[in-house]
Design a protein around this ligand. Structure first.
Ligand SMILES: Cc1ncc(COP(=O)(O)O)c(C=O)c1O
Length: 312
């Protein structure tokens, strides 16, 4: 497509409309949105005075889409609005408007298997710690992504949790998680498990972590030290359906090292399990139970995102 036509496309169909519109034929590889403007991610620009630049002042949420269907959307949107409310950020859209906008954007993509990410930042203004007035800025980002079937084990490293005490709010301040994710990568691992002084396991850089101990799912309680993961909630629900007891209670690094199985959940990869922590073999002692859980979680996802019902 020529540059002129490309520019025309965005003005005709997207720019300044406030809402995405159905387009015929045109499909996007990535798609960004900022306060009513749309475009491929690497072409989007945002104002330097968006408070995200100065303070990381915002919250986000994200989840998968498969076959153009966004999974567990209501749960993610509820948590998104809750995070914003806890930080007194005014949402610029209603839940219904956001859901419709996300689905319209998903429909424009050239694959329906996506990472669907959205954030709200506390408006725009010259750098000043005190709140700006008015509603926040809405950002949306879509990129291709597929959920792992979780059959391959992953490797974990551990690291002291030096984050602050509002981990239940999904804020944009992710430096400890960024450092932890890099530590995992450099160690040839896929995730980093955080523990607080004294050894209490909290969660991972970008996932929740759970253990099977004596046939029971043990998972950290949803206090201010962890994010209440949507995949975690689905794991608990599936375990209860399967008759597996669930104990939402703190557990330690020793419990993790000695667990029958170690399960890592997130919306990006619903149910992973680990076979190594800090270079030592771990888990792998209750594979039948693990497989029941993995298969049921994946099946729930596949059932909720079938191919055949796609609206053209
Ligand atoms: C710190 C942290 N914990 C847990 C999770 C998992 O949450 P969810 O299952 O809602 O994706 C995430 C996901 O982004 C995360 O960043």
């Amino acid at each position: 497509m020529s540059e002129t036509l490309f520019v025309y496309f965005f003005y005709a169909f997207f720019y300044g409309q406030g809402q995405a519109r159905k387009t015929e034929g045109k499909k996007m590889k990535t798609l960004g949105y900022y306060n009513g403007r749309f475009g491929e991610l690497d072409e989007m620009t945002v104002p330097m005075n968006d408070r995200v630049s100065w303070f990381g002042d915002g919250v986000y949420d994200a989840g998968p889409s498969r076959n153009y269907k966004i999974f567990a959307l209501d749960e993610h949107i509820d948590r998104f609005f809750n995070s914003a409310g806890l930080l007194k950020i005014q949402m610029p859209v209603t839940k219904k408007e956001l859901k419709e906008l996300l689905q319209e954007m998903v429909d424009k993509m050239d694959t329906g298997d996506l990472f669907v990410y959205y954030q709200v930042t506390r408006g725009t203004g010259i750098r000043d710690h005190v709140f700006t007035e008015g509603p926040g800025n809405l950002w949306i980002m879509l990129k291709p992504a597929e959920i792992s079937d979780g059959k391959e084990p992953i490797r974990l490293v551990t690291m002291e949790d030096t984050r602050y005490l509002h981990c239940n709010i999904k804020t944009l301040n992710l430096i400890p998680s960024v450092m932890a994710a890099q530590k995992a990568k450099e160690a040839g691992c896929q995730e980093t498990v955080f523990y607080r002084p004294g050894g209490r396991v909290t969660e991972c850089a970008h996932s929740n972590v759970h253990i099977i101990r004596d046939g029971i799912l043990v998972t950290a309680p949803t206090d201010n030290l962890i994010l209440p993961g949507i995949a975690r909630a689905h794991l608990i629900k599936i375990c209860r359906q399967l008759g597996i007891p669930v104990n939402e209670a703190p557990y330690s690094l020793d419990d993790l090292y000695n667990a029958e199985e170690i399960i890592v959940t997130s919306s990006s990869n619903l149910c992973l399990h680990a076979d190594e922590i800090d270079g030592k073999a771990a888990g792998g002692r209750n594979p039948e139970l693990l497989e029941k859980i993995r298969a049921a979680l994946l099946q729930e996802f596949y059932d909720a995102t079938p191919a055949e019902q796609r609206e053209k």
